[in-house]
Write a protein that binds this ligand. Structure first.
Ligand SMILES: [Zn+2]
Ligand SMILES: [Zn+2]
Length: 183
C-alpha cells in the first residue's frame, strides 16, 4: 500500500473533501508503484551519514514514497525553505555507528525528529503511527531521487514549477484533503 504524509500539520488541519481526491494521486501511486517494483528487483542498499560522519546508517529496499514537503514544521526544523523526503519502513533502517549520538525531539507523537548530537546535522524522522521513517534525501547520496509529489503546498514559501502534483495538504489516504493546487 502506498503511504504518504507529512508531519504535524495535517493532523492539526480540518479540511473538507473537495471531490477531486484520488484522481491525480492515483496516477502518482500507479507510476511510483511501478518504479518501486523495478527498484525492489534490485534490492538496493543505501548508506548515509550525518554532517560530521559520526552517525552512519543504511536503508535497504525501496522507499515507499519520495517528494517534497513545504510544511511549516519541516521548514522551521530544517531551517530550509523545503524538505526533500524519502519514506521507508522503519525496519529497513539500520544505524551502523554513532547510535548513542542520535538526539531526538518530538513536538507531536507523529514525528520523532532525530539528529547528530556532535554536529547537529539532521538524519531522519520516525513516524511511529505509520511505521515509516523519513530519511532525508540530502543524506542519501547514492539514492536516485524520484520525487512524485509535493505536500503541504499551501504553506509553501518556495513555489517550484516542476510539473509534479502539488497537494494542498496531504493525500486523502493519509487523512488530508487530497486536493491539489496550481503551481
Ligand atoms: Zn554528526
Ligand atoms: Zn513537513
Amino acid at each position: 500500500m502506498f503511504k504518504i504524509f507529512c508531519y504535524q500539520s495535517a493532523a492539526d488541519s480540518a479540511i473538507s473533501y473537495d471531490g477531486h481526491r484520488g484522481i491525480v494521486f492515483g496516477t502518482v501511486v500507479a507510476a511510483q508503484q511501478q518504479t518501486k517494483q523495478t527498484r525492489e528487483a534490485i534490492m538496493s542498499e543505501y548508506q548515509g551519514s550525518c554532517f560530521c560522519g559520526t552517525v552512519k546508517f543504511q536503508v535497504s529496499g525501496a522507499p515507499e514514497a519520495m517528494g517534497y514537503c513545504h510544511c511549516d514544521s519541516c521548514r522551521r526544523w530544517s531551517a530550509g525553505p523545503v524538505n526533500a523526503f524519502s519514506l521507508w519502513p522503519i525496519k529497513n533502517l539500520q544505524v551502523l555507528s554513532g547510535a548513542d549520538q542520535v538526539g531526538e525531539y518530538h513536538l507531536t507523537e507523529q514525528s520523532y525528529r532525530k539528529w547528530c548530537k556532535h554536529c547537529g546535522g539532521h538524519v531522519f524522522t520516525d513516524h511511529p503511527a505509520w511505521d515509516l521513517v523519513d530519511v532525508y534525501v540530502a543524506n542519501l547520496p547514492g539514492l536516485t531521487f524520484e520525487p512524485a509529489l509535493h505536500v503541504h503546498y499551501q504553506e509553501s514559501v518556495l513555489p517550484i514549477r516542476d510539473g509534479l502534483p502539488k497537494m494542498k495538504d496531504m493525500p486523502a489516504e493519509m487523512g488530508g484533503s487530497g486536493e491539489t493546487l496550481p503551481e
